[in-house]
Design a protein around this ligand. Structure first.
Ligand code: DX5
Ligand code: ZN
Length: 208
């Protein structure tokens, strides 16, 4: 399983990126919030561009925003982004946005909140490279993992039926809950790593 470290709860994001550049993690998970799709705001596009300059890992960008296209336009020249993920629940032309993400050379992801039916991804399977299954309500780091994520993840695995789509899980993952999502391809881990005095030791505890 690959690790994508969310820097949402980092007190000093640059310091954590510099430290984790030297670890075995695969991505930095960049949580973007607009104060509309979720009540908090985080990371303007210029902040993401600044952070990308010091990162030696690829970015996995999670857009918790109502209007992803305007944000994507601002970051479309960043070469160290691998995935850009949007939410299925927004009231926008999802297929059009997913095709723009691919057109700009990124891999496209679709995220679903804990109460969104897993079957709702079915119409988009040819348009995506990743499904981001939320295991907490989006909006805040440090929440508790929702237990029925395990069964939802299993259902998604059956739905994608061998297609080349990565399964990523986000929220409340730590050294105890990571075993509950062992069939995922990518685990997003935030506060378990970034609120510790020794982030590198926390990564070892995840045993991935
Ligand atoms: C929640 C974010 C998550 C979160 C993960 O809205 O999408 O990426 O920061 O943080 P932890 O691991 O603290 O739940
Ligand atoms: Zn996230």
């Amino acid at each position: 399983m690959k690790l994508s470290v969310s820097i949402l709860s980092s007190v000093d994001k640059k310091k954590d990126i510099n430290l984790l550049n030297n670890s075995g993690i695969s991505y930095f998970h960049i949580d973007v919030m607009d104060g509309k799709f979720v009540s908090h705001t985080s990371l303007s596009s210029s902040e993401v561009i600044e952070l990308s300059k010091i990162s030696q890992k690829k970015f996995d960008v999670h857009l918790m925003v109502e209007d992803p296209l305007s944000y994507i336009e601002n970051i479309k020249n960043l070469i160290n982004i691998e995935y850009i993920t949007i939410h299925l629940e927004i009231d926008k032309d999802i297929k059009n946005i997913l095709s723009k993400i691919r057109k700009y050379g990124f891999k496209s992801g679709l995220s679903i909140k804990p109460n969104t039916k897993v079957e709702s991804v079915i119409p988009y399977l040819d348009d995506i490279d990743l499904i981001l299954l939320m295991s907490v309500e989006p909006g805040l780091g440090g929440q508790t993992f929702i237990e029925d994520t395990t069964i939802r993840l299993q259902k998604l695995k059956e739905i994608i039926n061998g297609k080349n789509i990565a399964l990523e899980v986000d929220g409340g993952i730590n050294s105890k809950t990571i075993d509950k999502i062992s069939i995922a391809d990518i685990a997003v881990v935030g506060s378990f790593i970034t609120t510790s005095d020794n982030p590198l030791e926390q990564i070892n505890k995840l045993r991935v």
